[in-house]
Design a protein around this ligand. Structure first.
Ligand code: 3NM
Length: 236
């Protein structure tokens, strides 16, 4: 039997019984896996540590694609990343792997539309945060958002970090989804740089989710710091 029925989830969301993600924790949402740093685990650990030191508020471990880690190696890397995030008080999310999120006691899990059903994810992770990707109004209507705590909307701009990314939708997609009733905290994702991040915040996102502008930066510490300043300045 499901731990949470839809009615329970509605009540919990309305009464904020479930710890919801605080929008400030999504301000600068860094995402990465070994595929983003030349398949080098130590490089990932140092980039994540520098990004955390620089001021990212959330990190998502997303290990995806050719030559990436699996099984015990992925688990061990996930544990090391958890320790870094805990040290800097950075929200730690696992992409698409509910078992791993539970195993390393991450703060949450992020799933796409094609991944596991949200109800099932919610039942497996209990009170951990659940993030979902929503690309369009159509996907919003297909999503039982009440099982989720936060939303990634994208791709804002063209991206080379996700081979199967959809066509860019632009920052306005965030205001469109909110006008259609989406109230969960949202981050924009896809092709975001220091130069194009502001319109996403103006469109209603509480933060920006980034791979390459931090992972490929000459200085990930400084890049993270600059994103943090940018989001702090953009907020009222
Ligand atoms: N998801 P970068 S775009 C992981 O549209 C991911 O759902 C997207 O990387 C979506 O910051 C994307 O390097 C890649 O463009 C983001």
């Amino acid at each position: 039997d499901a731990l949470y029925t839809l009615d329970d989830a509605v009540l919990m969301a309305e009464n904020r019984i479930r710890p919801v993600v605080v929008p400030d924790q999504l301000q600068v949402y860094f995402i990465g896996g070994t595929q983003d740093v030349g398949l080098n685990e130590n490089r990932l650990l140092s980039v994540v540590e520098e990004a955390c030191r620089g001021g990212v508020t959330c990190f998502q471990f997303r290990e995806k694609g050719m030559g990436t880690l699996e099984g015990q190696q992925k688990l061990e890397l996930a544990q090391q990343l958890q320790q870094i995030c805990a040290k800097y008080n950075v929200l730690y999310i696992i992409n698409d792997d509910v078992d791993l999120a539970v195993a390393v006691n991450a703060d949450g899990v992020h799933v796409g539309q094609e991944d596991m059903r949200l109800e099932e994810v919610r039942n497996l992770v209990g009170h951990k945060a659940v993030g979902i990707s929503i690309h369009s109004i159509e996907e919003l209507h297909k999503t039982v958002v009440v099982y989720a705590d936060c939303v990634g909307v994208g791709p804002m701009y063209a991206t080379s970090s996700k081979p199967d990314a959809q066509e860019p939708c632009g920052p306005n997609r965030i205001s469109e989804l909110q006008a259609e009733g989406l109230t969960l905290p949202c981050v924009g994702i896809g092709g975001i740089t220091l130069d194009n991040a502001k319109p996403i915040l103006e469109a209603g996102a509480c933060g920006v989710a980034i791979i390459s502008a931090i992972a490929h930066a000459d200085n990930p510490y400084e890049a993270a710091q600059q994103f943090k300043h940018l989001v702090d300045r953009a907020q009222p």
